[in-house]
Design a protein around this ligand. Structure first.
Ligand SMILES: [Zn+2]
Length: 393
């Protein structure tokens, strides 16, 4: 059994942060994790945002660990009734379908409660990737309805910046926070930063599911403040229909987050999937004339250390640059991408995109976009596959 207890909120010793914390015990389960608590930490003057009258902030991470270790979860306190019911009836099934490593488990709680706060914040995460900036553009720059317009930005340290025990992780996170602050300042929005130790419970084979559930948990920790939160989705509805089954155990966004996220909510806080209504390439097209995107777009997978520029070589850099090239907008993004290096090497990447267009939604989008724009891609006459490698004549 996994048992979560001892919920508390307190000022950390350095006087700069407020921590929301609970104990986690593995009873008769072999699990060598480096921590025996789960915590989230926020700047001291934002401490009132943390809700400490339910265990909602720790529920999903505890549930994931219980499903991974195939053991019951016991929470010695109250949780949101809506979140509990959704988890029991639907969320567990969706996660089991996504990953063969997870199994349905019994969940025992003391009872149900609703947090007391009535939050006014409408937020989203600011990673500065295409999906993130697209949501900010649509739901802040272009939105006028105050009930749905973003009024706060967030960045969480819960696994997407590296391993918990790697010295690089805090450096990478710090550089991304600095970029997020710059964007927030340009948009005149507050930025709320949350640190956690959730990723100290990650293992190589479950990092995808734990990361996403940890991000949603960060939102649920803020129920005193947040009433609505947009989760930028990486895949279009069409891409989900065409490629969802192939994303099993690999890509939660393509496989199931379009119907998983709407179930992750409480009586106080609603999560909304934003972005499936458009292809990735259409999001890029919409932001090509936006100065914030030209200055801050950052899609790179390979960041190590404090250098947070786009490498120009990883799959996300290449596919974004190719989309911009097809649109005739690549030079407008020379401040954030190594455009000249890309031009020298892009032919090989284009051949790779053509070769894989039937197996991955983002390649398919690029091939379709090239056809729509009459952009010349390599053809089967000019490239072929040898030993699994695309060779350009
Ligand atoms: Zn890159």
């Amino acid at each position: 059994m996994i048992e979560i207890s001892g919920l508390r909120k307190y000022a950390v010793a350095n006087g700069k942060g407020i921590r929301l914390e609970a104990d986690i015990k593995f009873v008769d389960v072999y699990a060598a994790y480096p921590a025996d608590t789960l915590y989230l930490e926020i700047r001291q003057d934002y401490g009132a945002m943390f809700s400490d009258d339910t265990y909602d902030a720790f529920f999903l991470v505890g549930l994931h660990l219980a499903m991974y270790h195939k053991t019951p979860l016991k929470i010695r306190g109250n949780v949101s009734k809506k979140l509990f019911k959704n988890a029991q009836w639907y969320i567990q099934k969706i996660l089991c379908d996504f990953s063969d490593l997870l199994a349905p488990v019994e969940v025992i709680v003391d009872g149900y409660a609703t947090t007391k706060g009535n939050g006014l914040l409408i937020g989203t995460g600011i990673s500065c990737g295409v999906d993130s900036l697209s949501t900010v553009q649509d739901r802040f720059v272009k939105e006028t309805d105050p009930d749905y317009r973003i009024n706060s930005l967030f960045i969480f340290n819960c696994g997407s910046h590296g391993k918990y025990d790697s010295p690089d992780t805090q450096i990478v996170f710090g550089s991304r926070v600095r970029r997020a602050i710059a964007v927030a300042n340009e948009l005149n929005l507050p930025l709320i930063v949350i640190d956690t130790n959730f990723h100290s419970f990650r293992r190589e084979d479950n990092k995808v599911t734990l990361l996403f559930l940890s991000m949603y948990s960060c939102v649920l920790s803020l129920q005193n403040a947040v009433k609505r939160y947009y989760i930028p989705s990486g895949c279009s509805y069409q891409g989900i229909k065409d490629y969802g089954d192939r994303a099993h155990h690999n890509d939660l966004a393509t496989a199931c987050d379009s119907y998983l996220i709407p179930l992750i909510q409480t009586e106080r806080t609603e999560l909304i999937v934003d972005g499936c209504q458009r292809r990735r390439v259409d999001k890029i097209a919409a932001m090509t004339d936006w100065d914030v995107a030209r200055k801050y777009l950052n899609v790179c997978l390979l960041q190590k250390g404090a250098d947070s520029t786009n490498c120009g070589k990883c799959s996300k850099c290449l596919r974004t640059m190719l989309a911009l090239e097809i649109m005739g907008k690549l030079d407008d993004f020379a401040a954030v991408f190594p455009v000249e290096e890309y031009r020298k090497e892009s032919l090989m990447y284009k051949a790779h995109v053509l070769e894989n267009a039937d197996t991955e939604t983002f390649y398919r989008e690029l091939v379709d976009l090239a056809a729509e724009k009459n952009f010349a891609m390599p053809t089967k006459k000019t490239c072929y596959v040898l030993n699994g490698q695309v060779v350009v004549m």
